[in-house]
Design a protein around this ligand. Sequence first.
Ligand code: SF4
Length: 112
Amino acid sequence: MPLWFVRGLRRGVVTTRYPARPDGSAALLPTPPAFRPRQLTRETADRIAAVCPSIALRRQGDELAFDVGACTACGRCAAEAPHAVTSSGEFELAATARSALVKTIPILGGHR
Ligand code: SF4
């Protein structure tokens, strides 16, 4: 029987202290990507949009539209362009308006 289960029965606490205190296991969670605008080119933006299985990325001219609400944090975009995409480390993504989850990232790299 797992130790945390026995401890929870003894103390009457069966969950972590999150959100009052950060949960250490959160560091292990996959999180949506963050982008380095100066490393993004139109070509890179098109490539990462093409590998995104949830259609969360879309290039609009010299901007990359990122729908965080559609992102599953699969990591394919970061694997495709690790120089331009990294993990955000952010998993608390609740918003009161759907539109707040759509981000626009300027494409500042390469030959535009
Ligand atoms: S992490 Fe996956 S779902 Fe999210 S934007 Fe990148 S490819 Fe798309």
